[in-house]
Design a protein around this ligand. Structure first.
Ligand code: B12
Length: 328
């Protein structure tokens, strides 16, 4: 890349930052210029037109050994208002575009700066990706588990989240320790066994468990069914329900688990359910109440009531999954 191309890129970035209000041009961009100019990479580059324009940035003497830094202070791009701001320059139908954007969580109307995303769109994308990573890699808050007296057992995943992600098969099996603990602590042959698993999003459990757990427990008890001893499974996959079924021999297993997070959407939980789960059962033998989250998803309170209804239906028909669908 030659100096002219480099200068053009710097110009474009500074122009975009100015347009978005991120850079207070007179003060900050001046410092940025000093900072760039004092860096060895940029020292020999010609000063670009936008940076050197007197109306934009006062030309200051080059600071030797200056500690001046580029200070970027963009508004938070993750607020609902910022998300919904159309970034297309001069749209033909501004109201139509706004309505379209309000109708979906898809990333539309994001605009562009040449062939690139606008800075705000790029930062939102990166911010949302960070939310996803956080949800995936961190553990469910122990305080929340304590609130519901959930003891923790683990699957055969021993190498942390990385192994959990790479080896779904291990997440479907309880460790020998886990089996031992469950055998010791849990009531057997219950009507409904509730289990919580981290799955792919700790944030999902934290966002919904507080609301959903009491509704399920209360609903099961109101229906004169036994509730069992609930517990938490770390590094859980849906298939672990089979091990739970084999150990406890309940009529119905309900597994609340964090769904695979989408970009910026990490709080979605699912309730997977099975009638008398056993080794060899597949997803065809299960049902799922999915997309459980507040404000736009299946409300966790309603989802709790729905889970109880399905559990009753499973018991009545002695079936779950496809067999339940086919039952009269
Ligand atoms: C990943 C995924 C899949 C993958 C699973 C592959 C894999 N090995 O991971 C594939 C592409 C195979 C898949 C297929 C289907 N899926 Co799917 N899937 C998802 C998704 C995006 C994430 C699930 C997740 O996070 N699970 C949690 C993790 C921790 O569990 P896991 O053990 O890693 O994953 C297991 C379960 O997710 C299960 N599973 C996936 N989909 C379904 C659907 C049903 C009905 C059941 C019982 C189980 C199940 O498969 C995985 C392996 O056992 C969800 C979206 C969501 N919002 O939840 C939809 C979702 C669960 N799937 C859905 C559907 C409808 C299906 C299909 C029936 C589609 C079809 N018509 O063929 C099939 C059925 C799958 C089956 N095995 O019987 C719906 C369920 C809606 C509902 N209430 O019934 C969802 C909610 C998507 C949506 N439409 O919103 N799916």
């Amino acid at each position: 890349m030659d100096d002219a191309q480099l200068a053009a890129i710097v110009d474009a970035i500074v122009r975009e930052l100015k347009e978005s209000g991120a850079v207070k041009t007179n003060v900050i961009a001046g410092k940025a210029k000093q900072s760039l100019a004092s860096s060895s990479d940029f020292a020999s580059a010609p000063v670009s037109t936008a940076l050197s324009s007197p109306s934009v940035v006062p030309v200051k003497p080059r600071a030797t050994g200056s500690s001046a830094a580029l200070n970027i202070d963009l508004p938070d791009p993750t607020t609902p208002q910022a998300r919904m701001t159309p970034r297309v320059k001069n749209p033909k139908d501004a109201n139509g575009l706004r309505a379209l954007m309000a109708s979906t969580t898809a990333r539309i109307g994001v605009g562009r700066a040449g062939p690139r995303y606008s800075t705000a769109s790029l930062l939102l994308f990166q911010g949302d990706h960070a939310i996803t990573q956080d949800a995936l890699y961190r553990d469910v808050d122990q305080k929340l588990l304590d609130e519901f007296n959930l003891f923790t057992v683990q699957t055969k995943v021993e190498g942390g989240k990385q192994e959990y992600l790479l080896r779904p098969d291990l997440g479907r099996q309880l460790s020998d320790d886990a089996k031992h603990i469950i055998n010791e602590k849990c009531q057997k042959n219950v009507n409904v066994q509730l289990v919580v698993g981290d799955g792919l999003s700790a944030a999902a459990i934290e966002a919904n468990l507080r609301q959903m757990f009491p509704v399920i427990r209360q609903g099961v008890q109101n229906a004169n069914l036994t509730f069992g001893t609930p517990f938490f499974i770390k590094y859980a996959r849906v298939g672990v329900m089979n091990d739970v079924g084999e150990l406890i021999k309940p009529d119905v297993v309900v597994l609340l688990i964090g769904e695979r997070p989408g970009l910026g959407r990490a709080e979605s939980m699912s309730a997977y359910m099975g009638y008398k789960p056993k080794y060899g059962d597949t997803d065809a033998d299960r049902d799922v109440v999915c997309n459980i989250f507040e404000n736009g998803g299946t409300n966790p309170l309603e989802a709790g009531a729905y889970v109880v209804q399905i559990a009753q239906k499973m018991r009545k028909n002695q079936a779950s999954g496809v067999k339940l669908k086919l039952a009269k």
